[in-house]
Design a protein around this ligand. Structure first.
Ligand code: DNO
Length: 396
């Protein structure tokens, strides 16, 4: 697999030249300053591409070309946003960038309640706690239908926890959930979230899935004709939050959407950390079932524990080879998939991967690294994953 690294652009505290020391081979980045629905013009794409090339890297994967909320809910502006999406794909393709990651999560992209939970070794990791999330939902956001979305034990515990929380802790929790994470589509405030929630009033899971399929029916043929690969990122975490539907949470969800628009360009981002929070997830099986359509891999691990809701566990981000996901088996399956592609003469046989997230270790600690994206934690992850890849006979 091509050993890539997510880089957030010129404001990223980690510089491109440093990445050569980490052994990075390719870059995953996006034009984070542009809003969902805007066209990515060739000049801005080229500017980023040239800055990467000046440092010896290619722009291997766009993560993400965001899908606007209007497209997800099929509001009137969706039409022009889809045209803008196609235009951006065309501009990227003309500059030789072929792999584009996106997600279809309503309102919130990835969600954690704590960004730096202390670990036994002295470092820190991100975590999700359902009661903390319920504190936000019930008492900070005050969503009217929230009480019916949780078992009563969660509501009781949340009420108790909220009553003992300082104002600073409340502000931090709100920030962590709706504005603290890098690379998410946007940062919202409480009023924005209420406004957006209203737009999902009539959107069931079936409706959201059909909106995704409608979107793909428009853009995947364009991507296919441009020689590109779209790859949908899973829901993170893979269960409903704020009463919103989540539709890309399991291998079956992927199979349904990939079948509905049956083009190679309609593919998957396999994120082991997101999908792996569900105890039934089997990484090697995902690769065996959907292998040819996996265009990008996010390799990371989580450890889940039961919460007061049987369908929504708590979890924290474990070391890449620790945690609940069979990482070695998944990497082996991905390497076998690559070997098959190579044997069949597929030009895009090599799957770009990145060590996703990382625990904050040693010099990462102290609050100066981007949440989820510290240097040393990811460097450790990449080194471990590279080791597993090497045992498959070929580290490519
Ligand atoms: C978090 C990321 C996600 C991901 C998007 C893809 O670390 O994996 O924010 O980039 O969901 O569209």
């Amino acid at each position: 697999m091509k050993q890539c690294w997510r880089w957030f652009g010129p404001d990223d505290p980690i510089s491109l030249p440093e990445l050569h020391q980490v052994g990075v081979e390719g870059i995953v980045t996006a034009l984070h300053g542009l809003q969902p629905g805007e066209i990515w013009n060739k000049s801005v794409i080229l500017e980023r591409q040239e800055s990467l090339r000046a440092n010896g890297f290619e722009w291997d994967v766009v993560e993400s070309l965001p899908v606007s909320e209007a497209i997800k809910t099929q509001r009137p502006e969706a039409k022009s946003h889809i045209e803008a999406y196609k235009a951006s794909l065309q501009n990227l393709a003309e500059l030789g960038i072929e792999t584009v990651c996106y997600n279809f999560m309503p309102i919130l992209d990835w969600t954690r309640t704590e960004l730096r939970a202390q670990q036994f070794h002295g470092g820190a990791a991100m975590s999700f706690d359902l009661v903390d999330f319920a504190v936000f939902d019930l008492f900070i956001l005050k969503r009217s239908s929230a009480p019916s979305d949780y078992p009563s034990a969660v509501c009781h515990e949340a009420e108790k926890r909220f009553s003992e929380m300082s104002d600073t802790a409340k502000t931090t929790l709100q920030h962590n959930i709706i504005a603290g994470l890098p690379g998410a589509n946007d940062a919202w405030d409480i009023e924005d979230v209420h406004g957006l929630l209203a737009t999902y009033k009539d959107i069931t899971a079936e409706r959201l899935r059909s909106n995704l399929i409608d979107f793909l029916a428009e853009v995947a043929p364009v991507a296919q004709s441009l020689g590109m690969r779209l790859c949908c990122h899973p829901d993170d975490p893979p269960f409903s939050l704020l009463g919103l539907p989540r539709i890309m949470s399991s291998t079956d969800d992927y199979a349904a959407v990939l079948d509905a628009v049956d083009l190679d360009a309609n593919g998957a981002t396999l994120c082991t950390g997101s999908l792996g929070v569900n105890s039934g997830f089997d990484g090697p099986e995902f690769v065996r079932r959907l292998g040819p359509r996996i265009h990008f891999a996010h390799l990371r691990n989580t450890t889940s524990s039961s919460s007061l809701d049987p369908n929504r566990p708590n979890f924290f981000e474990a070391p890449h080879l620790g945690g609940d996901t069979d990482m070695v088996g998944t990497v082996q399956a991905l390497m076998a998939e690559q070997a098959q592609r190579k044997a069949s003469g597929r030009k895009d046989w090599q799957i770009p991967m990145r060590p996703d997230h990382g625990q904050e270790l040693l010099h990462d600690c102290g609050g100066h690294s981007t949440p989820g994206y510290p240097l040393l934690g990811r460097m450790r992850g990449l080194a471990e994953l590279r080791g597993v890849m090497a045992t498959c006979g070929n580290s490519n």
